[in-house]
Design a protein around this ligand. Sequence first.
Ligand code: NAP
Length: 252
Amino acid sequence: MKNKIALVTGGSRGLGKEMALRLAEKGSDMVITYVSKKEAAEEVVKEIESKGRKAAVLKFDANNIGAIEDFMDDFKEILSSKWNTDRFDFLINNAGNGANIPFEKATEEEFDLFVNIHYKSVYFLTQKLLPLMNDNGRIINISSGTTKYVIPGYSLYSPMKGAVEVLTRYLAKEVGPRGITVNVVAPGPVETDFNNGGNRDIPERKKFLASRAALGRVGLPEDIGGVIAFICSDDARWITGQRIEVSGGMNL
Ligand SMILES: NC(=O)c1ccc[n+]([C@@H]2O[C@H](COP(=O)([O-])OP(=O)(O)OC[C@H]3O[C@@H](n4cnc5c(N)ncnc54)[C@H](OP(=O)(O)O)[C@@H]3O)[C@@H](O)[C@H]2O)c1
């Protein structure tokens, strides 16, 4: 993974942070994004630099589709000033939020928020970034185990992840001739700040979720990051168009 550059959206904390650290350990340089927690993102950059890799941080708001062009300008500028290049190798579409909203209470505004963050931004950011991606690169979209099993209150969230899973297969076919692989990783419940930290901080919820996993516990961010690093490695070059669930065997 030497001389490769990865872009991890939502790399300031949670799963994205762990993905960025594992990729850096395997030798990749890194651009990570945040939307509100700039200081946390800068700490991640320092940690990556302490591993001997170069890293940079940019702001990216997945709910502001109109701002993707501005983000592209910032990304090109940082590639040029920091790496003296206009190309990168790995795109990890990870940024995202969660909320428990019962179907009958969801508003159109909330619906649009989830469409933007979990699907529309993934679609158009990837489209705009593809010309900058080296052949034989990697695109990894982050979905969720909840496209397979159902959690009441996730009717805004999970169908967007489902859309990303279908998009992954279409994209894999369209960019395959360039040697770029496109896969979707679907984590089960993980102990992060996601959805107000419920998978980490609500003991009854944690106990219930752990009881549904074959491996008997809720996931940790480090359970996911290494899988992303593997998919970006040369060993994974023949895997494309796949949904890889990383959930400790939820609801088998
Ligand atoms: N944790 C789980 O149980 C779980 C399970 C399945 C799938 N996932 C998926 O995994 C991904 C990461 O989740 P996580 O658990 O790491 O969540 P997290 O700890 O809450 O971190 C979310 C990350 O996304 C960024 N972000 C949030 N809203 C954004 C927006 N509007 N635009 C751009 N960036 C935004 C945050 O930036 P700031 O720090 O600047 O706010 C942060 O870096 C999400 O796509 C989520 O759907 C999570």
